[in-house]
Design a protein around this ligand. Sequence first.
Ligand code: SAM
Length: 317
Amino acid sequence: MADLAAVERTALLTAALRAAETRRPDRLYEDPYAAAFAGEVGPGLLAEVRAVTFPAGAQRTVPSTPDYNAIRTRFFDEYLLAAAARPDIEQIVLAPAGMDSRAFRLRWPRDLPVYEIDRPAVLAVKAEVLAGRSPGVDRRPVAVDLETDTWTDDLLAAGYDPARRSAWLLEGLLYYIPEPAVHRVLAAVRAVTVPGSLVAADVVNAAALTLPNMAPLLGVFAGWGCPWVFGTDEPEALLAAHGIEATAVQPGEAGADFGRWPDPVPPRAETEVRRVFFVHGQRREDLAREDLAREDLARGDLAAAPGQVAHPDGRSC
Ligand SMILES: C[S@@+](CC[C@H](N)C(=O)[O-])C[C@H]1O[C@@H](n2cnc3c(N)ncnc32)[C@H](O)[C@@H]1O
């Protein structure tokens, strides 16, 4: 198996989480590919996360990563299946896809292109594991780095049609890339989507990057070489700045609980608590030039807003 960089190995962590969920009798979904994707590395990464999440003999103070991941997977399974059931949505983009097996395990309502974007090394490992298996949709891997300026060229070369409506999922990405890169990715999505397209992402809040009780979990990711570097208290505004009218929901709230979130969800006005949002919405009509100028201004304000934090040396790994 190819060597993976730190942030690429998080795909194996996610696979290990999905394998563990699949073994539960009360699982929120079943991923028969997850254990093979996780391989020998994934369970070790998960053990490190579990050690800080459920410290022996001490009360849990950090969010439950296993429950979070189970809810996130199920929530976005439903988002993607609902999108695919709409006749106007003609293509799906998973950016990044990591070891996501949705193209194989979901019962898609119809055949449509599902673009799986990730870095070349990740997709190479994925191809090894998937050898000989057939997806339930028109799966199209696109090996690119989302932090380059040209990744949409590769997406278009793979057959993505920017003139047709699409549904996007940016799952498990935005906290690993610095704020300018977050905006570049969202601007690129805007550039290749028509109004009515759907966009969803998971985003942590600003305090999740700085609160003392997050230190053990943040320390694990930083220790691996892929610190969390971006968070915002205003995920709706983040997407609005890129032409997407969105709503955000947190695990534990209606529609994003599935009977699994173990912690209270404090009111949004409280900023000194860690949060994670599932933010999703629709690309609105393109605006007139003067509206765009106003939006640019808003984006500048957003970047400077105290509720949004970018890691000082803001590097991804
Ligand atoms: C935590 S995994 C999530 C993957 C997938 N969405 C899932 O839920 O299984 C994070 C993924 O982001 C990918 N990633 C991080 N930075 C990237 C970049 N700049 N370009 C492409 N992929 C990137 C990693 O390679 C890894 O596969």
